[in-house]
Design a protein around this ligand. Sequence first.
Ligand code: UD1
Length: 420
Amino acid sequence: MSEHFRVEGGARLVGTVDVVGAKNSVLKLMAAALLAEGTTTLTNCPEILDVPLMADVLRDLGCAVEVDGATVTITTPAELNHEATSPSVGKLRASVCVLGPLVGRCKRAVVALPGGDAIGQRPLDMHQSGLRQLGASSTIEHGNVVAEADELRGAQIWLDFPSMGATENILMAAVLASGTTVIDNAAREPEISDLCTMLTQMGAKIEGAGTSTLTVHGVDRLEPTEHRVIGDRIVGATWGFAAAITRGDITVRGVDPHHLDLVLEKLRMAGADVSLVEDGFRVVMDERPKAVDFVTLPYPGFATDLQPFAIAMAAVADGTSMITENLFESRFRFIEEMVRMGADARTDGHHAVVRGLERLSAAPVWASDIRAGVGLVLGGLCADGVTDVWDVFHIDRGYPQFVENMQRLGANIQRVAEQA
Ligand code: UD1
């Protein structure tokens, strides 16, 4: 039995939506709990499919994990199993983040190559190179990343590209290494800062959180902690785009609006009235969006995860938009589905040109990843007729209460369970 979402276009979304903790933070924080023996508690966790999957990965490593609504409790034993090779590992990208903590704690790690969204190549060369510079060996063997070290020693590491995953893995290996590690050209995403905050609470010595140079003075051991996950800026921005696309009025709470400075500026350029409110922001749109260009880049650039929403807005904007994707080449697969809905869009390499139309035309469409799935729902909201979005398990991996939130804002959307 597969489920799909049935979306009827035309509604203007109005109301308030509360956003909880970030998927791309909580999964790494769960991995960080491996670094300290004892019980770590995470609050404000999103109720999404990836959290129980990550809990399974940690259980296979010997942890006791309880997921109780928004609270995740992880009890890490003194002796961890160093092999993460169960099927759960292959189902999500963030599982690779157990690599750094396992090498730090066990001096040996065998981690199945991770899965996650089909958005293009996702190599691990920078993760491996960083671990090697800390003194570990790292190879790919029989579908697993294998890393071993007698001792991890601090090093100067320059990343070729500010990769989130590589920064996280190297950081989590370095906190228990001897001496000082400097990670240059580190990723600066707010989720990395959140990880630094939690590691510091655990006793790690980290300077430069939120900048592109992280300096880590290794310590002998870390202590468990209690930590509140930061609000999900990608989910928050999703609702901002939903307001702009449906000419709606949405107040988003639970997100730091400064994590979305560039996004909110883009929505203003599209004609929205954007204001900051306590613990969030409000987007009001009274007219058809104006065409705006977007270029995806690592933070503080425009997030690649928001690119499908930029395309959905461009598809109904007044004018022609150019969208440039610099991180994941397959993210433009989403455009093929938007074209089914009549979007006037074409790609050339990592550029897409989208000529805006007054309305799209409802059609059956298929989600290829979390954000593409949500982008198709946004497209369906401004299409004539009823759009069926298939493969919505992707959306459930990253958006808690997605249909319920949409309905509360006035969208005509239903979850339907039937054969495809
Ligand atoms: C994370 C996010 C994902 C987001 C992405 C970019 C999670 C679970 N996922 O993915 O939602 O879209 O950041 O903001 O947090 N690269 C290499 N070699 C490496 C590592 C990465 O070439 O060793 C390249 C990738 O192919 C990509 C770029 O670096 O082009 C950025 O990837 P990265 O920041 O590592 O993304 P993820 O951590 O996988």
